[in-house]
Design a protein. Structure first.
Length: 278
């Protein structure tokens, strides 16, 4: 079985507080993006390995046992019987970019295994498993525009219509550690919630919707700020870093020319809600 595993962008991100357990509470809007990895899953003839995971495409500097796909399958094996599996992950969504590609991989594999082998697995149990893998994994179970709150564990669908707009994503080959970003970002309570601000027209977001990570990350990686400025020069209605970076995106009324970013990885799509079929 061949699976497509999409990613997401953050529209706005407020770091509200740091809890006593070290986790942070936040507020953000997640929107699906069709920049995708490809995952092949088949039953393995091997009697020696319950999971054989190989990768291609972008290099993954990660022990296979720390891969989100491996983690979600191992979690399932503690509860259910599964056949030995051969999995080929062709990685196209950059890592350390704030796009949630690894979280999407876990959710996509879990969805397939539920459909193919685990009819008794409820959506509620599946979401509990995903929450243990990563804070944004749950979003990819039903990837539609959502307001995300708490530690990422609270999400609510919102009526955000971006149909017909163009989304351009630029990845500048810089890896930003999410843990580092959270450790060095100062929490603050905004005057107006993101849930209220997102209701404004897209062409007004520039003046009111912010990502709290940008000042910190831009101070260390000034090239990211230059990318954001260039996207506005290309007539973006709104531009921002996604999550803790390093991907920077712009939302446009018409398709921009991204040739200026030829040295970077880029993605361009026309946003159509009904075509984001996970």
């Amino acid at each position: 079985m061949l699976l497509s595993s999409i990613c997401k962008i953050n529209i706005g991100l407020h770091i509200l507080s740091k809890r006593s357990d070290g986790y942070h509470t936040l507020e953000s809007v997640f929107v699906p993006c069709r920049w995708s990895d490809c995952i092949e899953i088949v039953e393995s003839p091997s009697q020696n390995k319950d999971i054989e995971l190989i990768t291609s495409g972008l290099k993954i500097d990660l022990d296979p046992q720390n891969n989100s796909i491996y983690k979600v399958i191992q979690s399932l094996r503690k509860r259910y019987l599964l056949p030995n599996l051969y999995i080929h992950l062709h990685k196209q969504v950059p890592m350390g970019a704030g796009l949630g590609g690894g979280s999407s991989n876990a959710a996509r594999v879990l969805q397939y295994l539920k459909r193919a082998y685990l009819s008794k697995l409820s959506d509620r149990e599946a979401l509990e498993i995903l929450a243990q893998i990563g804070s944004d994994c749950r979003f990819f179970w039903n990837p539609k525009p959502c307001i995300i709150k708490g530690t990422g564990n609270e999400q609510k669908l919102i009526p955000l219509n971006l149909n017909g707009y163009y989304l351009a994503v630029v990845y500048p080959n810089i890896h930003v550690s999410t843990a580092w970003a959270y450790q060095n970002c100062q929490p603050k309570i905004p005057l107006v919630t993101l849930e209220t601000l997102i209701k404004n027209p897209v062409n007004e977001w520039k003046d009111c919707i912010i990502n709290d990570f940008e000042p910190l990350v831009f101070s260390v990686h000034p090239s990211l700020q230059k990318i954001k400025e260039k996207l506005y020069q290309l007539n973006a209605l709104y531009a921002s870093m996604s999550g803790s970076g390093s991907a920077v995106y712009g939302i446009f009324k018409s398709a921009p020319d991204l040739s200026f970013f030829s040295e970077y990885k880029t993605h361009l799509e026309c946003m159509h809600e009904n075509e984001v079929d996970f």
